[in-house]
Write a protein that binds this ligand. Sequence first.
Ligand code: ZN
Ligand code: ZN
Length: 266
Amino acid sequence: MDKRTAIKGLASKLVALAKKRDYGEAVRLFKEVSEKLHALTPNRVAAEIGHLSGEPALRALVKSFALAPCYWCKEGYMTCELCQGADTIAANGRYCEVCGGYGHTLCMFCGGSGFLSFESVPKNILGTLAHERLKWSANSLQRVAKRSSRLRHGIIDERLSTELFDTFHTTLRITAVLDNIDPVIAPEDIPPKKRAKQSRDVVLAHQCRRVNQKYQGGFANAIVAFCQAQANRHSSESHRRTIWERRRDFYASQFLENGADQAPEE
Ligand SMILES: [Zn+2]
Ligand SMILES: [Zn+2]
């Protein structure tokens, strides 16, 4: 098969896979075909996809690399190595120092973004890919906002607390995505003044970060208050009380500016 035919075949498969949102498979296929075309670098293959099959194929390629999941984790989180994810307080009344009782820790490969790291992405699509991830961040923030208003209006009981912790961890994921794309959309070798003018992405990223931080702080506060309330349900010397207090301190020290001092008084 000649290169043209191989690339055109790849392009139409990419479009179909992206339509099905099977981004991981699209990336795998791109790599497989690129490796067979040894004479061409992945950059070249990416460019040829655009030349030979046009805008929709290129968009499918970019979207696939942007949204393909990290190989090592699920949505930015790995099962906690120490407690193997089993050490949730509600489940068995134990507490894990490493994950604070969440059962999962941020993935060390993608930094918690849950997406493919930039090292495996063809360099010439990095800019548009960063834009795609920025769009993902903005959309995720809208979902966070919706959940936030629901969480604000209910008393946080056991059932809602799962949603509270999960939504909080979504904001950590958004932070990781924004941190990852920052060097791409606002490279440090461009002076800050020019950088601000350079693209709407920079402005949007800045807005996303600000809004995300606001929600993150709000959720962290709510978690600290929830842990305190759970602690208060148990007598002062009890084991259950101690573990809820330790969980409270875990979140306060990691995610509130003034650390554990800010934990609400009883
Ligand atoms: Zn753990
Ligand atoms: Zn990961």
